[in-house]
Design a protein around this ligand. Structure first.
Ligand code: GLU
Length: 290
């Protein structure tokens, strides 16, 4: 196992959601995170906030496949479903800054508001449809059990000031600065606590990367745009900003990105057909043996 690090060593992580089997794209992501940890520490985190989609048997299978690939990690593994208190504390902190508001809009309400003639074409950003701001005037005192909590992007940007992050992935190498105009137009007031869930992907990932002391976030290029949201939240919550490494996505023979649900690419199937961990590395063009 890679050592616990001496405070200066790299700490990377692999953060799967146990909603299906580990497939070749996940294996690639885990292997890149493992190799980029070098002599530092590779951590695992189970992202299971959406209890309706996560299954314990998938979690067990993911552990098994990762071990088979030759990876190891310190126990106990962080599990997001056990971290609701930390997410609630972060939401309190943001509410204290005056950057949250409750929102009772359903997807259909948002679509209807966006289709009003004065709105122009709806924008789909890294967090889906850009919210038209219908509930932005609501105070946190009016929050009801069926409400989500949204970030007031305008206020958040004004409060955070200049923010940037360092990217080491080949497609986006360099320093990236948050552009307030882009954030307002392309991201908008993102949901930070989903209805009936008490948190969201964006909030949990930021709180947990800090709690685990991650120094380099390794994940797929599809999450690059979401990083701007994460860096903004780090600034607001006064959390350290890790470096980022967004790796290329594994594509099939026709160049199509592999869907998360493409079970034909499950590691367990390759294994059942007699593939070795070295074969998997070769398949994703990682040098074997490292
Ligand atoms: N849980 C996310 C996924 O399985 C990964 C999130 C991240 O690496 O930030 O896609």
């Amino acid at each position: 196992m890679k050592g616990a690090g001496d405070g200066t060593a790299r700490v990377t992580r692999f953060a799967p959601s146990p909603t299906g089997p580990l497939h070749i794209g996940h294996a690639f992501s885990a292997l890149v995170a493992w190799e980029r940890a070098q002599a530092g520490c590779f951590l695992l985190r189970i992202e299971d906030i959406d209890r309706t989609r996560c299954r314990p048997e998938f979690e067990t299978a993911i552990f098994k496949d990762l071990r088979w690939l030759g990876l190891a990690w310190p126990e106990p593994v962080m599990r997001q479903s056990e971290r609701m208190g930390a997410y609630a504390a972060a939401l309190d902190q943001l509410a204290g800054l005056g950057v949250l508001y409750p929102c009772g809009c359903r997807r259909a309400d948002i679509r209807a508001a966006l289709s009003a003639p004065q709105e122009g074409a709806a924008v789909i950003g890294p967090d889906g449809l850009v919210y038209p701001g219908t509930c932005r005037g609501r105070s946190m005192e009016s929050v009801g059990p069926q409400d989500a909590l949204r970030l007031d992007m305008g206020r958040a940007l004004a409060l955070a000031g200049m923010a940037e992050f360092m990217e080491t992935g080949a497609d986006f190498t360099g320093v990236h600065r948050l552009d307030p105009d882009w954030m307002q137009a392309q991201v908008g007031d993102v949901v930070l606590a989903r209805r009936n869930l008490g948190t969201s992907y964006h909030l949990s990932v930021v709180v947990d990367d800090a709690a685990q002391g991650i120094t380099e976030v390794v994940r797929g290029a599809d999450l690059f745009a979401a990083t701007f949201i994460h860096v903004l939240l780090q600034r607001l919550l006064d959390l350290p900003g890790p470096r980022y490494h967004h790796h290329r996505l594994i594509r099939d023979d026709t160049g199509k990105r592999l869907a998360k649900r493409d079970d034909a690419r499950a590691i367990a199937l390759y294994r059942a057909e007699g593939a070795s961990p070295a074969d998997i590395r070769a398949l994703v063009t990682l040098p074997s043996g490292s």
